[in-house]
Design a protein. Structure first.
Length: 404
């Protein structure tokens, strides 16, 4: 990596940190919003799916546009849009107004991710997994800081002045505009002989690798679903145990901060062993650790919660990098599938499981969901062993050389 590439990657990491810190501030505020706006539990737990429409489910659309036109606007201006609208939730007079602000802020969140991930991959050269691990980890760390950050912010300024936080997003977009170059256009590329060739269509790229992509997608859906359940239900579980907004924000920060560190560790481990192994073994440990965390109380519960988050989120950047390696000519699109479409489906989990909460309580439903994450190991086991993926191109090149 050149010095310019390192600076660009660092700027993208800062942008990811800021962008995702805004995206998580809603969760510790759910009990306050429920009381202030007189919402039902169903209305509260449908906020995440509605939020995900623009922030996650629309990411493939943003990714396709990014891959087609190779512009940098989404990555540059995403944090400003996110900060402007998400910071105004304290001013929302009604449920409809709150949903509108979340949807508009979600456009900034969703449009930033696929293009920024593709840019981070491009400037990482031959160390894409580490580059994406750094990019993903800083986003997750920002996501983890959001809950405790907004809790402290409200303590200092009050719930009605959350809009003060918009300036951070605006400054971040200014920094990205000054540093980040656009992605190179790839509408037409030259092959090894220098002949200009048209870029293959999306279907032509994805069809040969649909099976491993589907496995990676399902792993991300299952794990993101568990994360969203924890994000939504944990504040209420902690409130039942006597914690105030600072305590609930702190609990989420422990879970997400260790998850961000896990994502960074997973990227480095994937370079030394394999992404498949990291995905498989982390899946075996994450569910049991989280289940015991929800069943216990006190410091032990927070320790196990952090370890469970470490394992659960350790493969998020690894899986995005693996998907990009399967479809290198559609990096923004496959990043959007893994980071957006999969997360959007996972975000439905809190609303879908809300019907079980009255009968079983938050704790037992969370324990059940933690056990269900073990299904991700089945899909991880079906992923191709990476020595085959690496060796095959080498053997093909040797065969071509022999033919010459």
């Amino acid at each position: 990596m050149t010095r310019r590439d390192k600076l660009t990657l660092a700027a993208l990491c800062v942008g990811h940190f800021v962008n995702d810190s805004y995206s998580s501030i809603i969760f510790p505020l759910l009990p306050l919003l429920k009381n202030n706006l007189h919402l039902s539990s169903g209305q509260v737990f449908w906020l995440a799916p509605l939020y995900s429409v623009s922030s996650s489910l629309m990411q493939p659309v943003y990714g396709i546009i990014s891959d087609r036109y190779a512009r940098r606007s989404f990555a540059v201006f995403g944090p400003a849009i996110t900060g402007l609208f998400i910071s105004m939730i304290g001013l929302s007079p009604s449920y409809a107004g709150l949903v509108l602000l979340l949807v508009l802020g979600g456009i900034g969140i969703g449009s930033f991710h696929p293009q920024a991930a593709a840019m981070a991959s491009a400037v990482s050269g031959g160390r894409k997994r580490i580059g994406l691990a750094l990019f993903s980890a800083t986003g997750t760390i920002g996501y983890s800081i959001g809950p405790i950050g907004i809790a402290l912010f409200i303590t200092l300024f009050g719930f009605g002045r959350t809009y003060y936080a918009a300036g951070i997003g605006l400054l971040t977009s200014c920094m990205l505009y000054a540093i980040c170059p656009p992605l190179p256009s790839r509408d037409n590329e030259r092959d090894a002989s220098g002949t200009l060739r048209a870029r293959p269509r999306l279907v032509e790229v994805l069809l040969p690798v649909w099976k491993p992509l589907l496995c990676l997608y399902m792993i991300t859906v299952i794990r993101s679903g568990m994360q969203m359940i924890t994000n939504n239900y944990l504040p209420f579980l902690l409130r039942e145990r006597g914690y105030e907004v600072t305590g609930t924000g702190g609990g989420l920060t422990v879970f997400l901060l260790l998850g961000g560190i896990g994502g960074l560790a997973g990227g480095f481990l994937a370079e030394r062993i394999s992404g498949r192994a990291v995905t498989l073994y982390s899946g075996l440990f994450s569910g049991p650790l989280l289940a015991v965390a929800f069943l216990t109380t006190g410091p032990l519960s927070f320790i196990l919660l952090g370890l469970g988050g470490f394992m659960l989120l350790s493969t998020m950047p690894v899986n995005v990098a693996m998907a990009q390696e399967l479809a290198p000519e559609q990096t923004s699109t496959v990043s959007a599938l893994m980071m957006g479409a999969a997360w959007g489906v996972g975000a439905l989990s809190p609303a879908l499981l809300d019907y079980l909460v009255p009968a079983f309580g938050f704790r037992n439903v969370m324990v059940l969901a933690a056990g269900a994450t073990m299904l991700s190991t089945v899909f991880a086991y079906k992923l191709p062993r990476e020595e085959h993926r690496v060796i095959a191109p080498i053997e093909a090149g040797m065969a071509a050389a022999a033919g010459d």
